[in-house]
Design a protein around this ligand. Structure first.
Ligand code: ADP
Ligand code: MG
Length: 201
């Protein structure tokens, strides 16, 4: 069983979106994921209650080892406590203030030796400042979740973007591939020592 935290103390960076959609990507691969909604706002729990997710969401880390291949903790905003998982997915949006908080948070992780997977979310390609942020994040090996309206459509019905009803949505295949790539990295990382150098130069 692999334990992953999705962590960034700033709200609105894409943590819940990643917890939900990465889990859905894992189901596509035949894995059994479990989301732990560690956020008082309860976004992942709302998705689970309202919709038709193909995996479970629980509100507390199970006391006993859960029957799951992949446990993804969706952390809340303003949570500056170091995340418990050995692998930490760190999404950031591209605005300067977002990147600044990301830097502060990632520097806390550095001494822990945890493996960090940086992710840049929701960058509008036509904005120069966003393009710069994407380039800087790419240099440190970040994954990219491009800005897309499909997330809004999915959220309206508390679905992941892997829901079959979105099969004909604009470029949904590309958006799904972005999650499959992150999932592959997570699954490969468990066998690798060391961590990413995740600070943006
Ligand atoms: N790549 C993206 N394209 C479009 N919207 C995005 C993208 N990434 C994040 N968002 C939107 O940003 C908002 C905040 O995302 P959320 O996952 O709730 O953040 P957090 O859990 O970090 O607070 C949501 O409305 C989400 O749909
Ligand atoms: Mg959230």
């Amino acid at each position: 069983m692999q334990l992953v935290s999705v962590w960034n103390p700033k709200g609105g960076q894409g943590k819940s979106l990643i917890a939900i959609n990465l889990s859905a990507a894992a189901v596509e691969l035949g894995l059994k994921p479990l989301v732990v909604c560690d956020d008082p706002q309860g976004t992942a729990t709302l998705f689970s209650r309202g919709g038709r997710l193909s995996f479970d969401v629980v509100e507390k880390m199970p006391a006993k080892k859960p029957n799951a291949d992949l446990v993804i903790i969706d952390h809340g905003a303003r949570d500056w406590d170091l995340p418990p998982a050995p692998i930490v997915l760190m999404p950031t949006k591209p605005d300067r203030s977002d990147i600044a908080t990301y830097q502060d948070a990632v520097s806390l992780l550095r001494p822990t030796g945890k493996k960090v997977i940086p992710i840049i979310t929701d960058a509008q390609g036509h904005r120069a400042s966003h393009a710069r942020a994407v380039r800087a994040m790419r240099k440190i090996g970040a994954f990219e979740l491009r800005s897309s309206g499909v997330y809004g459509r999915a959220a309206e019905d508390w679905m992941s973007i892997f829901d079959p009803s979105l099969n004909t949505a604009y470029k949904v295949g590309e958006r799904r591939s972005e999650f499959s790539a992150i999932l592959t990295a997570v699954l490969n990382l468990q066998n690798q020592p060391g961590q990413f150098a995740a600070e943006v130069a």
